[in-house]
Structure formats: C-alpha cells, structure tokens
Design a protein around this ligand. Structure first.
Ligand code: UD1
Length: 360
C-alpha cells in the first residue's frame, strides 16, 4: 500500500477527484478513505457520482458532532486504517476537521503527509478552518499551493522552498470537467429563474448563520436583494436548521431548495448574474467563470480572487453589502482574470509530484 487519500466534507471531493483520476493513470497504488463528516446524499454520494469518483475503500461514517468529538472520532478510526494498510503517504485536502484529524494521526505514526491547497491564510484564528490549515501545513511533507499568497505565507512560517509546489487549483480541474458535461439548460426553468437574471446565494459559516441576530441579518439582506433580482438559495443543512429554529420568513422572490449536487450547482453558478456567499471555494469558482461574487466575510484566505478575480470582500455589514450589490446591478463589475495555473491540469501536476516522491 502506497497512498491513502482522505475525503470527508463536501469541498474535499472536488479537490481530490482530479488527483485520484491521475493516480489511476499513473498506476499509483492508493485507497480512498471517506470519514463521513458529511453524510447526507446531496452533501456526499451525489457529488462523488457527479465527479466520477469510485466508491471509497473505507467508509468511517463519523457524522456530526462538536469539533473535539468529530476530530477525535476520526482520529481513533483512522489510526486503525493506517495500522491495517501501512501507507507510505497520506494525502489530505483543504481545511476541514477531517483534514486535520487524519494528518495528525499520520504525523504521529511517522507517515508522510501531502496537503492539497496548502498555505492559504485568513489570519483569523476564530475560524476553525484557519487552525486546521496552520496545523496541517506545519506537519506536512509536501505542500501543494493554489495561489502565490500560499507560497509567501509558508515561507513566512519558516517552511523550506523544496517542500512547496505551486501546482494551481485542482478544484478548478473538477469545475472545468463538469461544466463541459452540462449541455442543456433545462435546470434553470425548474428553479423558475432565467440565465443571468438571478442572484445565487450560499451561506453556511457558523459566524454568519448561527444565532437569532445573525440569521435575521441574513434574511434582511436576502429580502432586500430579492427586491431587485430573484434569489436562488440552495440551503446548507446548518443554515436550514437555523432558519427553521428561529421561524424566519423569506420573501417569495427568494427561491430556496436543499443543497444541490455538484453538476446542478455548477450549472446554476455558471448562469448567475451575481453570487452572494461565505464559502471559500465559491470565491474561486466565480473568479474562474468571471461572475461577480460578493463575499459575506471580513477576510479571505484566497486574496487572488480579490486582487485579479471578480471577488468583492464585502464584510458583514448589511449596508455595505447592499451598496456593493447595487453597484454590480448598475454595471460596475470587475474585469476578472483567471489566476496562474488554474488551467485544469493541477491534478496531473500533483499526481506527478506524488509519483516522484514515492520513488525516492
Ligand atoms: C464543514 C467545514 C467547512 C466547510 C463546510 C462545507 C469544518 C470545521 N468545517 O462545515 O470548512 O466549508 O463543511 O460544507 O470542518 N449536516 C447535515 N448533513 C450533512 C453534514 C452536516 O445535516 O451531511 C449538519 C449537521 O447538523 C452538522 C452541521 O450540518 O452539525 C454542520 O456540519 P459540519 O460538518 O460540522 O460543518 P459544516 O458547517 O458543514
């Protein structure tokens, strides 16, 4: 056994699928491990299917819990998988709890670690993802970077250049592949929206949606936006629970649906006039599609999307967000460029480096 690749939560799938595909081509011996951090069909299996990923070799079925519970449960089970398979390398992606838990186990067992999407920093330690990123990078042996800020951050933290590989963004490989498969646009009418005439919204960060004050603010903003443009809002389970717990009412022009499978989501993303989000990955996907993105956060770990892409870092104040939205509606968009190496070949670069590493 050479390599264990870890997935667990929704964004991991898009980042790992292209690497997996290339590892098959290169005949690298690997097994796929799914922690089960995300488990609903539309948050996991449907996405694996859209990406053409194989069924995981190990399904841990961990599920939800507090950060400590979730991380600890994954660690206990993943240790057993490592003992059984004795991998030479563990590949983790992104910044979710599954990423940190498996990297920690590997590190304590002296198994080398490769981190996909290394070096991103929001410099906001109140975000659980920031803690996960810093710790995983600190103990990883191969650091795969998506944008130049990642190289600078890693060097500033004392990492040596020979561990850092600027490979581009493997999530964009998945985006390119899936968008090629989208042929007919029947999906928009099923949501009663028209091409370039709706605002797509995704919100799930605890700091934005948890608690009455936060969810009320979200509802106000969406209702205001919907006065000018219909809103399509696929709801993450966390946000759905908050809306229903506080009995919030959205305007009829805010069309809500459950979280979407990847192919459908990419379709509604590519056809949106503007996107309002607190996601990390969607800031990158909108930059790739050259669609204005209003990011409902005070900071971003993906500064390239603001510097050369279409992303507006709007903060969390209602007035400021609506001002930016109105600017975009008035035609004041950014002319975005696609960042270097977001070219659909990142999976290939990553797999080649892993292949070389295993031969050492
Ligand atoms: C996690 C990641 C976050 C990522 C997001 C993408 C961490 C710390 N957070 O946040 O970085 O941006 O995934 O979606 O790892 N739930 C379901 N069904 C599911 C999964 C979750 O109902 O399939 C509900 C549960 O009530 C759970 C809550 O959503 O408690 C949150 O899930 P969790 O995985 O803890 O965090 P996310 O908010 O999804």
């Amino acid at each position: 056994m050479s390599v264990l690749i870890i997935v667990g939560a929704r964004p991991n799938f898009m980042k790992c699928a292209p690497v997996l595909e290339q590892m098959v081509i290169k005949k690298i011996d690997f097994k796929l491990v799914h922690t089960g951090q995300h488990y609903d069909k539309n948050m996991s299996d449907d996405i694996l299917l859209d990406l053409g990923m194989p069924a995981p070799d190990f399904q841990m079925g961990i599920g939800s819990g507090s950060h400590a519970q979730q991380t600890a449960s994954i660690m206990k089970d993943f240790e057993k998988i490592c003992d059984k398979t004795k991998p030479k390398l563990v590949v983790v992606a992104g910044d979710v709890n599954s990423t940190l838990a498996c990297a920690l186990v590997a590190s304590k067992k002296n198994i080398h670690i490769a981190h996909i999407e290394s070096g991103l920093r929001s410099f906001d330690n109140s975000m659980p993802e920031e803690i996960n990123r810093i710790l995983v990078d600190r103990i990883s042996n191969i650091l795969f970077v998506t944008e130049k800020s990642g190289i600078v951050n890693l060097i500033n933290e004392g990492q040596s250049m020979d561990k850092i590989h600027f490979v581009g963004n493997s999530m964009i490989d998945s985006l390119i592949k899936v968008s090629k498969k989208i042929k007919k646009n029947t999906i928009l009418s099923s949501f009663s929206v028209e091409k370039k005439k709706y605002c797509l919204v995704t919100l799930h960060r605890p700091s934005n949606v948890d608690g009455e004050k936060n969810i009320k603010k979200v509802v106000n903003i969406l209702n205001e936006i919907s006065r000018k443009l219909p809103v399509l809002f696929p709801i993450h389970p966390r946000t759905k629970k908050q809306l229903s717990f506080y009995n919030m009412t959205l305007s009829k022009r805010v069309k809500i649906c459950d979280a979407l499978s990847y192919k459908i989501f990419v379709n509604v993303l590519a056809n949106a006039k503007v996107v309002f989000t607190d996601s990390g990955g969607i800031q990158e996907e909108t930059t790739f599609f050259n669609i204005p993105c209003i990011t409902f956060r005070e900071n971003t770990e993906r500064p390239i999307t603001v510097e050369i892409g279409t992303n507006f870092l709007a903060g969390t104040e209602e007035n400021k967000i609506l001002k930016i939205f109105n600017q975009i509606m008035d035609g004041n968009e950014k002319l975005g460029k696609i960042p270097p190496k977001w070219d659909g070949k990142s999976g290939m670069r990553i797999a080649s480096i892993i292949d070389e590493y295993l031969k050492r």
